[in-house]
Design a protein around this ligand. Structure first.
Ligand code: C2E
Ligand code: CA
Ligand code: CA
Ligand code: CA
Length: 277
C-alpha cells in the first residue's frame, strides 16, 4: 500500500509539474508576444438594425502564439491583466484601431466606427485619456469614430479615477459604451451617471429571446429604459433570423453576431465593410 501511495504521489506531482511548466511557458510567451508581433486585431461588423447597413466594427484581439496556433482572448486577456501587461497591450490595440480607421478612410470607407475593449487597469490609469488623444491626433481620425467599451464591474475598484477617465474621454469626443450589459451587477444609478452613449446587451440575454417570453419582456424593458436615458442599444451574439426579428420588433438599434459576420481578419473585414456600407 505504501509503495502504491508513493507511486500515486509521484504520478500527481509529475502532472502538477507539467502544468506549472506549461503555465510558466505561457507566461513567458505572452510577455514576449508584443515584441514578436504576435498580436493581431480581428474586426466584427456592427449592423444598423433598421437598414441593415454596416456602421463599423468591434476590434477583438488575437494572439498567434509562436508556432502554436491562436490562443483565445478569454484565456490570455485575464493572464495579461494578472501579469500587468494589459495597459501596454491595450495601448497597442488603441493605436492599431486608430491606424485602421485611417486606412479605411483612405480607401473611401469614411465615418466607420471602431469599438475597442478596455480592461480595468486601463480605466484606472491616470494617463489613459492623454494617450488616447495622442493616437487620435496621430492618425487624424474623428474622435467619435473611436468607441471604448467598459463593463460595469470595472467601475468598482477605483470609481473616482474611472469616472475622471470617462469624463476626459467623453470631452475628447470619444464614444463610450457599456459591454456585457445584464450580466454582472447592474446599477441604474451608474447608467444615469456614466457619460456613455450605448449599452451592449449580453448574448445570454438575447439567446432565447425568440422562445422565452420573459427574456423577450426583459429585453424590451431594457431597450425602452436605455432609450429613455438617451442610450442606444447594441445586441451582441445575434445568431439567428428569429433573434434578429425579435430584437428589431423591440426597437433594438444595432446588431452584432455570427448571423451577420464573425470577427474577421482585416482583409475580409474590409471587404465586408465595402460591400455592406
Ligand atoms: P466581448 O467584448 O464580449 O466580445 C464578444 C465576444 O463574443 C467575442 O469573443 C466574439 O467573437 C464573440 N461573438 C460575437 N458574435 C457571436 C455570436 O454570434 N455567437 C457567439 N457564440 N459568440 C459571438 P472573443 O473574440 O473570443 O473575445 C472574448 C472576450 O475577450 C471579449 O468579450 C472581451 O471581453 C475580451 N477581449 C477581446 N479583445 C480584447 C481587447 O483588445 N482588450 C481587452 N481588454 N479585452 C478584449
Ligand atoms: Ca466588447
Ligand atoms: Ca460583450
Ligand atoms: Ca466580455
Amino acid at each position: 500500500a505504501k509503495e502504491k501511495g508513493r507511486g500515486r504521489f509521484r504520478f500527481y506531482s509529475a502532472e502538477l509539474g507539467a502544468a506549472v511548466a506549461a503555465r510558466l511557458s505561457l507566461e513567458r510567451d505572452l510577455r514576449a508576444a508584443q515584441d514578436n508581433h504576435e498580436f493581431e486585431l480581428y474586426y466584427q461588423p456592427k449592423i444598423d438594425a433598421r437598414n441593415g447597413k454596416v456602421v463599423g466594427a468591434e476590434a477583438l484581439l488575437r494572439w498567434h502564439r509562436g508556432g502554436q496556433g491562436m490562443v483565445s482572448p478569454a484565456l490570455f486577456i485575464p493572464l495579461a491583466e494578472q501579469l500587468e501587461l494589459i495597459v501596454q497591450i491595450g495601448d497597442w490595440v488603441i493605436a492599431q484601431a486608430c491606424r485602421q480607421l485611417q486606412a479605411w478612410h483612405a480607401m473611401g470607407l469614411t465615418g466607420m466606427k471602431l469599438a475597442v475593449n478596455l480592461s480595468v487597469a486601463q480605466l484606472n490609469d491616470a494617463g489613459l485619456a492623454v494617450r488616447v488623444a495622442d493616437q487620435i491626433q496621430r492618425y487624424g481620425i474623428g474622435p467619435d469614430q473611436l468607441e471604448l467599451e467598459i463593463t460595469e464591474s470595472m467601475m468598482m475598484s477605483d470609481p473616482e479615477q474611472a469616472i475622471a477617465n470617462l469624463q476626459a474621454l467623453r470631452a475628447l469626443g470619444v464614444t463610450l459604451s457599456i459591454d456585457d450589459f445584464g450580466t454582472g451587477y447592474s446599477s441604474m444609478a451608474y447608467l444615469k451617471r456614466l457619460p456613455v452613449s450605448a449599452l451592449k446587451l449580453d448574448r445570454s440575454f438575447i439567446q432565447n429571446i425568440d422562445q422565452d417570453a420573459t427574456d423577450a419582456d426583459l429585453c424590451a424593458g431594457v431597450i425602452a429604459l436605455a432609450h429613455m436615458l438617451g442610450l442606444q442599444v447594441v445586441a451582441e451574439g445575434v445568431e439567428t433570423p428569429a433573434q434578429r426579428d425579435a430584437l428589431l420588433s423591440r426597437d433594438c438599434d444595432y446588431f452584432q453576431g455570427y448571423l451577420f459576420a464573425r470577427p474577421l481578419p482585416v482583409t475580409q473585414a474590409t471587404a465586408y465593410l465595402q460591400q455592406a456600407a
